[in-house]
Every structure is written in C-alpha cells, then in structure tokens.
Write a protein that binds this ligand. Structure first.
Ligand code: COA
Length: 184
C-alpha cells in the first residue's frame, strides 16, 4: 500500500527506516510539542515497531514519507487511533471504548518549511476519506504549535475543543474535519 504525490511517496514504515527516525526523535525541537522528551536510538526502535504494529492491528497507521528524488525518509504522516475516554493512543494501549482517528505529521527539522507536511497529509486525508470512507478526522495539537495548526487548517480542520482533558502535559486543543454529506 503506497500513496504518491508530486514529490513524495507515502508507504508503511519498515525497520530499515530506523536511522531516519532515530535522528528525528533525538531532536528536541522536533519533539517540543509532542511530549518534549527526545528519544534514544533504542526508544526510536520501539517507536518504529509500534508504528508497524498499529498497521497490523488496526489496518491504518502512520506512513513513512519518502522523497522521490533521493529516496530519503523525511518523517511520518498518517493516522493514529485514540481512545476518547482516556485520550491515550493505540500505540500505547489498545482502545477500550470509543475511538477517534487522528491525522498527524512529524518531519525532520531540515525538511520543514517546504510544504512537505501539507503535501503528504493532503494525500493521506484524501485516502482516508475517499478510499477508507472515514467521515471524520481529528488532530490533537499543543498550544503554541502554530506550524501544526496551519497544516491542520490547510487540510480543512478547524478548532473544535480547547484544552482537552487527558494525560497531556500542556494544554492541547482538538481540531477536526467532519464530512457533512451522507455516507455512500
Ligand atoms: C508541523 C510540521 C510537520 C510542519 O511541517 P512543514 O513541512 O514545515 O509544513 P508545511 O511547509 O506543509 O506548512 C507549514 C505551514 O505552517 C506555517 N508555519 C511554519 N512555522 C510557523 C510558525 N512558527 N508560526 C506560524 N506558522 C508557521 C508555514 O508558513 C506554512 O503555512 P503556509 O503554507 O500558509 O505558509 C513540522 O514543523 C514538524 O515536524 N514539527 C515537529 C513535529 C510536530 O510538532 N508535529 C505536530 C504534532 S501536533
């Protein structure tokens, strides 16, 4: 399963992507609004395995974003299930109640500011809505992460709930996109 845009390929993550993820998750600027704690290489290895497992368990997940011109893994964009009772995501604990599907994005810092997040997330959004038939996507965004809010808005999401009650270390807002037209 692979999605393609003008500059990028989105494919399921593989163990061989570890070098790219280890570098990305070790960067304090990259993780600033997603927990704030940089990962060791061993922790990144677990994170890659959890991404792979999420696809196996739920048929949906985060894609590795690969630049076509040089085959480099720039980061990840795609989907994560959240339990709407506990607001914990399925890579940490299997959901026990209702779920929401988050669309999220994380790129290595050297690749920011070139439209890659918007380009890849637009392709992922279209796949989820058109091919999977999802009617709603959310994004959980920490207050102050203005670049991420901008990407969410460009995807058609808008602020729905402020300061979500959950195990978040800092105020986190819920952006959402809900299709109003009846399902096919
Ligand atoms: C969020 C992130 C994926 C954006 O990646 P990107 O490829 O630079 O995004 P794009 O180039 O597609 O678009 C970014 C938009 O935000 C804007 N932007 C960037 N930095 C900004 C800032 N500090 N304040 C306001 N807007 C900002 C850009 O101008 C652009 O909008 P525009 O097209 O209207 O000009 C990237 O910054 C990242 O990986 N951050 C760390 C991980 C993270 O926080 N992920 C989100 C968790 S919710």
């Amino acid at each position: 399963m692979q999605l393609e845009t003008e500059r990028l390929l989105l494919r399921r993550p593989q163990a061989r992507d570890l070098d790219a993820y280890a570098e990305l998750f070790a960067d304090p600027e990259v993780v600033r609004y997603t927990g704030g704690v940089a990962k060791t290489r061993a922790e990144s290895e677990h994170a890659v395995q959890r991404m792979i497992d999420h696809w196996e368990d739920y048929g949906i997940g985060l894609f590795s974003v690969v630049r076509k011109e040089d085959d480099r893994v720039l980061g990840r964009v795609g989907f994560l299930l959240w339990d709407t009772e506990s607001w914990q995501h399925a890579m940490l604990r299997p959901p026990t109640g209702g779920t929401e599907t988050e669309i999220g994005w994380t790129l290595a810092r050297e690749h920011w500011g070139r439209g890659y997040a918007t380009e890849s997330a637009t392709a992922a959004r279209d796949w989820a809505l058109q091919e999977l038939g999802l009617r709603r996507l959310i994004s959980l965004i920490q207050r102050g992460n203005d670049a991420s809010v901008r990407v969410a808005e460009k995807l058609g999401e808008s602020l729905e709930r402020e300061d979500l009650r959950g195990p978040f270390r800092r105020p986190t807002d819920l952006y959402a996109l809900t299709l109003e037209t009846p399902a096919r």
